[in-house]
Write a protein that binds this ligand. Structure first.
Ligand code: UDP
Length: 323
């Protein structure tokens, strides 16, 4: 990989799951990292050692950027599909308006680089899988729509103001990095919920739909290890080109059904993990699988922890420590 010298970086949302893992890896790579997080969903003790922590909202980023930075990694966002359907204002204000403010602050203070947490939800229900970056973007919920709107805003700022920008569209992120892992107060994701059952915190897991047009009737997703995801961020940061906005999908290119995930979790934890059939969840597509060919080709990125058992084992180690 091309290694740039030490960079001064601002990580928004660095007290959250993916942001804390990325911030920890950036510090280990020798960068100087400031975490900006309002702790609305993150945790103060998740801010990695070696980072300076500023408690504040994205809208206050200008005061930090005024100190002079080489780049921003922007993770802070609202990210719950159901909440976005019920309270879209939180997403349009908290995601879109806040990020346009961040771009304005970057312009004002001459911050040259940005890496943004985008999502597969920008594509909506895919016409075919695997999904490449040139697929139609037709989000089916306000969460995906706000992330797509931000991608457009970043694109126009990159072209007009010379920012070197990359949007990374995550598929299903899971796993952990040592003491940095998934710890949402309101947990909705499959793997951490299953592990709560294995820990004895929940009685059973609900399987949302067993009548999908898939081989075992449950939804298929592309699970990617959070450390592989973090590595892609570093590559994106180092290879971003001034005046360009590049978009990359990040997944393993392999799908696992909810039943397959459950079986892997049973094997890893040795717990029977009772499951019950439940109704389909509103807005769920049947199958989401990434084509990450562009990231392989242009960033030289290759996931090294693609085995679902490894992903679950790391999440389980974290859950045992945190739970
Ligand atoms: N899922 C499930 N039970 C749960 C949580 C999730 O069956 O308690 C299913 C969900 O319908 C989807 C898959 O697991 O098919 C992954 O869901 P998750 O919320 O983890 O990620 P998403 O794909 O929605 O981003």
């Amino acid at each position: 990989m091309i290694r740039l010298s030490r960079m001064r970086l601002m990580v928004t949302g660095g007290a959250g799951y993916i942001g804390s893992v990325c911030a920890a890896r950036l510090v280990e790579s020798g960068h100087d990292v400031v975490v900006l997080d309002d702790l609305s969903t993150g945790h103060r003790d998740a801010v990695p050692a070696g980072c300076r922590f500023v408690e504040g909202a994205v809208k206050d980023a200008g005061a930090v950027l005024a100190e002079g930075f080489d780049g921003v990694l922007h993770f802070a966002a609202r990210s719950l599909v159901a909440e976005s359907m019920a309270q879209p204002q939180r997403y349009w204000l908290g995601n879109v308006v806040a990020t346009v403010g961040l771009l304005e602050a970057m312009r004002e203070h001459g911050t040259p680089r940005m890496v943004f947490s985008s999502t597969a939800a920008t594509y909506g229900e895919p016409a075919s899988v695997p999904i490449a970056e040139d697929a139609v973007t037709r989000p089916t919920n306000p969460y995906g729509a706000t992330k797509l709107a931000i991608d457009h805003a970043i694109g126009s700022y990159a072209i007009a103001h010379g920012i070197a920008a990359v949007s990374l569209r995550y598929f299903n992120v899971a796993g952990a990095y040592g003491r940095y892992g998934e710890r949402h107060t309101l947990e909705t994701h499959l793997i951490p919920l299953i592990l709560q059952v294995a820990l004895g915190h929940q009685e059973k897991i609900m399987v949302f739909g067993e009548d999908w047009p898939t081989p075992d009737g449950t939804c298929i997703r592309d699970y990617i290890h959070v450390v592989d995801l973090a590595d892609a961020h570093e590559r994106a940061l180092e290879q971003a080109v001034p005046g360009e906005h590049r978009i990359y999908n990040l997944g393993n290119g392999t799908g696992f059904s909810v039943r397959q995930v459950l079986d892997t979790c049973r094997t890893v934890t040795g717990h029977p993990i009772p499951a019950r059939s439940a109704a389909r969840r509103l807005g769920d597509p049947a199958v989401l699988i990434a084509s990450s060919d562009r990231a392989h080709r242009e960033l030289g990125w290759k996931p090294e922890r693609a085995d679902l058992a490894v992903i679950v084992a790391d999440a389980w180690k974290f859950a045992l420590g945190a739970g």
